[in-house]
Design a protein around this ligand. Structure first.
Ligand code: FE
Ligand code: CA
Length: 528
């Protein structure tokens, strides 16, 4: 009931918004006239290359229609324009694309033929209305020098328990590139005592299970003004974590033992398709059944190269499941030798080979690996069982893959490797060691873990109690929500841990909690 009331409110808001911001068209619906904006989900750009980028929108006149079709039926022609200025006085490219019902009327245009290393503005029109304007930018030429690159890094935005003020502050920083490192949505809705922490409501209470339901969860997020502002402000690099499908899933296996592999793969196919339909991704990411490519490599001149990884799709089953679940949990080495089994790959062998090949060829000054899970090991205690050991869901659950990855970086002498990570809802600044058991061993790479946009952090005292056994951790704080703001120059990478004042406050302010600097040629961050 609550959800129904909320979706009614939203519809009214949308109609009011449409009248204010877009050239509205008039739709005859059930004998009455209603004003409807077909662009309530905003616009986005992604995957910048030296000659272009992807621009995205999705038409929807009723974004939360339960059938997942957004109120749309027939194919619709969408016109797009790319301009050299924000007033669209100098339109440099335009074209037409068909928004098709089988892709939820989403449009992904791969714009090419643009000049390198400069900003552009884009917009769409359809059904007599025009979308908002988005800003994108091309990457510099392959080996062009670049004085500075500004990044904003997000993960874990739980809609129900907080407003997206962090996204708004990210947009206000006008970054060159936004990195979304997973848990862009959450597939479950809080009920019972846990519902007390909610500040707003999902569009439905039941867990997401099929394509229409995943579509509507993305649509709900895309209607958020702060998230829309962020996508309109800068092009994005996207990857996912577990909650885009289901908590702690591993490859073909959900955590629930009673769900068959075939049923889960059907669910995954719907979830992946909805992700594709709502993100600024290239054609090569078009899903094929339950398979979809999101890992990718991008370069920004001489300054930086990004390897974006997929830490979920290709992994084998979680190590050492309990008799009742395949959820992540803390295990001891004695109880779970599988955790360090070299036969198990978090990334899958093809993605591993692709990554190490990139490490060998790398000649950018900074080589950034953007991915969903904390790489550093974390000796910790399980809150439920009291077991002291390592968590099975992340890199610690597939420790041999981490060993191979860090060894590959060392062998290849990849310049200045830096990992950017999500999932754990807390800020971490880590030295990634050749041998985590030996603090004197080489620091191979630097890691920054952004906290969550809104999601609950792990218990601070619990992690702090075990910190003496994690000497590679330079900083940890799980009590703040926010994001990473990074400035890359040829000589330094400066990372600000940005914390918002209160996730429950839509007008929350932002402040820098800590600043860390990585110097060119020296792995490991130092507090500024
Ligand atoms: Fe999360
Ligand atoms: Ca996660």
């Amino acid at each position: 009931m609550t959800n129904q009331i909320h979706s009614l409110d939203r519809r009214r808001l949308l109609q009011a918004g449409a009248a204010l911001v877009a050239a509205p068209f008039v739709l005859r619906a059930g004998g009455a006239f209603a004003t409807v904006d077909p662009f309530p989900l905003g616009v986005a750009a992604g995957d910048p290359l030296p000659d272009g980028f992807v621009i995205w929108t999705r038409l929807a006149t009723e974004p939360l229609a339960v059938d997942g079709r957004g109120g749309m039926t027939a194919p619709v022609e969408v016109r797009w324009e790319v301009a050299a200025d924000d007033a669209f006085a100098h339109i440099v490219q335009r074209g037409r694309a068909m928004a098709q019902p089988q892709w939820a009327h989403s449009v992904h245009v791969e714009v090419s033929g643009l000049a390198p290393g400069r900003p552009y503005w884009y917009r769409f029109s359809a059904l007599g209305a025009q979308s908002r304007v988005g800003r994108a930018a091309t990457a510099p030429r392959h080996n062009a020098p670049l004085a500075q690159l500004k990044l904003a890094v997000a993960s874990c935005s739980n809609y129900e328990i907080g407003y997206f003020a962090a996204y708004r502050h990210m947009a206000e920083e006008s970054p060159d590139l936004v990195l979304f490192l997973g848990d862009y949505i959450y597939e479950t809705t809080r009920t019972g005592p846990r519902a007390a922490s909610m500040v707003r409501h999902h569009e439905r209470e039941a867990p997401l299970s099929d394509l229409p339901s995943y579509r509507n969860r993305y649509a709900l997020h895309k209607m958020d003004a702060d998230l829309q502002a962020l996508h309109a402000a800068a092009p994005a690099l996207m990857t996912w974590d577990d909650h885009e499908v289901s908590n702690d899933y591993a490859g073909r296996w959900p955590t629930e033992l009673e769900t068959s592999e075939a049923d889960f793969l059907r669910r995954r196919a719907g979830a992946y398709q909805a992700f594709y339909e709502h993100m600024p991704l290239r054609r090569r990411s078009i899903p094929h059944g339950p398979d979809m490519r999101v890992y990718d490599r991008l370069r920004f001149g001489q300054l930086a190269e990004f390897s974006v990884l997929d830490g979920r799709q290709y992994r084998p089953m979680q190590p050492c499941p309990t008799p009742t679940s395949r959820r992540g949990h803390v295990v001891t080495d004695a109880a779970c030798p599988e955790r360090t089994d070299p036969a198990r790959s978090l990334l899958g062998r093809p993605q591993e080979s692709w990554l190490y090949d990139g490490f060998r060829r790398a000649d950018a000054r900074w080589n950034i690996v953007a991915q969903d899970l904390m790489v550093a090991t974390a000796n910790q205690r399980d809150l439920l069982t009291g077991v002291q050991g390592h968590y099975t869901d992340g890199w610690d659950g597939y420790a041999a893959t981490r060993d191979r990855m860090l060894a590959a970086l060392q062998t290849a002498r990849t310049p200045n490797p830096v990992f950017l990570s999500g999932d754990i809802h807390s800020f971490w600044v880590n030295d990634l060691k050749a041998d985590f058991a030996n603090p004197a061993s080489a620091t191979v790479a630097t890691e920054f873990v952004g906290t969550s946009i809104t999601s609950d952090g792990p218990l601070y005292e619990l992690f702090m109690a075990g910190m003496a056994s994690n000497p590679h951790v330079k900083f940890f704080d799980s009590r703040q929500r926010g994001y990473l703001s990074i400035t890359v120059t040829p000589e330094h990478m400066t990372t600000r841990l940005q914390a918002i004042s209160d996730r429950r406050d839509p007008h929350a302010t932002v402040a820098t909690l800590k600043t860390f600097v990585v110097e060119f040629g020296r792995a490991g961050a130092v507090e500024a």
